[in-house]
Write a protein that binds this ligand. Structure first.
Ligand code: ATP
Ligand code: MG
Length: 356
């Protein structure tokens, strides 16, 4: 029997192409390693699910995911007009809420063969994923804004000690396996109570990790430093909106939107999801770069390894990472990186780099 059932939610646009590429690479790596780790379960989500089941995230998909160890999530269309999903009903938001995926983890790492805009950087952002000013997911559940008069709006931010504690704990745990430095990013000089509580709680948690160095930056200073000194950062610990914004900045600094991975992690489940959107302009043409989702999948393997104390999952993740990095340094490239290889050809190039 396999150890983990992995859900696969293809999603919209380039989603089917990149999820299929990611599955092909994981299956090949699993086979070469001799481990029997995965069962795969493809489930409907997004526009395809609306067509067949009348809703973007059918109950059967949610029920099936409860029996999964984690899943790969394709992007959803957020650019069409009129919008496909009402703001509070987009499938990945709903999954984050239903499965309490409170940590959004977004690494940015300089890679050989990729033209970055920065010196060698290797950092990871831990973004609080359940509250702050994102009223689609905080306790106001989509209703956290009030039109006071036609000319005045109030928008609520929610900050709780518990949410700060658990994202801080995840960030410090990760720092221990890295270069042992956490930088807290906030704006406690202006939003004194909300960001103040976040900052104070993060420092409180840091006391349990005396071996990890900690400092903090205002968001404006952090953005400026990142442009010139991204290489100095290791783990960035921050709130929902700042993590969203900074991860676009750091993703672009190291090479662009097709490469940036992400994991939405809770205590029981985790969802691998690339940082980019559904790229409707290239959907169906086979031009999508699957790297972001494949590296997200290896983050899921790391998470499984930690959650289940399973060295095999982590080892497999490292093997795949290495193959991806060495494929990126090679000749076979997708159009976003200046080549003319298809999504599937690039997946094959990665497989060719796996150890035999
Ligand atoms: P969405 O609403 O789904 O976010 P979007 O129009 O914002 O759609 P993005 O997916 O965010 O599109 O992409 C922005 C640009 O980057 C597009 O030109 C797209 O083709 C490109 N892009 C995004 N992801 C990839 C990828 N994996 N490989 C290659 N190009 C990509
Ligand atoms: Mg987009």
């Amino acid at each position: 029997m396999s150890a983990y059932t992995i859900g696969v939610l293809a999603g919209d646009g380039i989603g089917p192409e990149i999820t299929s590429a990611a599955m092909t690479v994981l299956k090949a790596a699993e086979k070469r390693s001799g481990y029997e780790l995965f069962d795969w379960l493809e489930l409907p989500v997004g526009k395809a699910a609306i067509e067949r089941y009348g809703q973007p995230l059918p109950q059967m998909t949610k029920d099936a995911l409860r029996g999964c160890s984690g899943w790969l999530m394709g992007p959803h269309d957020s650019a069409s007009y009129p919008p496909v999903y009402k703001a509070e009903r987009n499938p990945s938001g709903e999954l984050r809420r239903s499965f309490d995926l409170y940590a959004n983890i977004r690494p940015s790492r300089s890679l050989a063969g990729v033209n970055g805009l920065t010196k060698e950087a290797d950092l990871v952002i831990f973004r609080e994923n359940t509250e702050g000013f994102y009223s689609d997911r905080n306790m106001f559940a989509g209703a956290g804004e009030w039109q006071v008069t036609p000319d005045i709006v109030l928008s609520a931010g929610v900050f709780t000690r518990r949410a700060a504690e658990r994202i801080a704990d995840a960030a410090f745990r990760a720092a221990r396996k890295r270069r042992k430095r956490v930088s807290i990013v906030h704006k406690a000089n202006v939003i004194k109570l909300g960001f103040g509580l976040f900052l104070e709680t993060c420092y409180e948690v840091s006391k349990q990790y005396p071996d990890v160095a900690v400092d903090d930056f205002h968001i404006d200073a952090a953005a400026a430093h990142l442009v010139r000194h991204a290489h100095r950062f290791d783990v960035i610990l921050t709130t929902n909106m700042f993590g969203d914004i900074l991860s676009d900045l750091t993703g672009e600094l190291v090479g662009g939107i097709g490469l940036a991975p992400g994991l939405n992690a809770g205590d029981e489940w985790a969802m691998a999801q690339a940082a980019h959107g559904s790229a409707p302009d290239i959907a169906g043409t086979g031009a999508a770069n699957p790297t972001g989702l494949i590296l997200s999948a290896t983050m899921l393997l790391d998470w499984l390894g930690e959650r289940h104390s399973d060295r095999r999952a982590e080892k497999l993740g490292r093997v795949i990472d290495k193959a991806v990095f060495s494929a990126l340094a090679g000749e076979t490239r997708t159009p976003d990186l200046g080549g003319n290889a298809s999504t599937a050809q690039f997946a094959e190039a990665i497989i060719a780099k796996l150890p035999v």
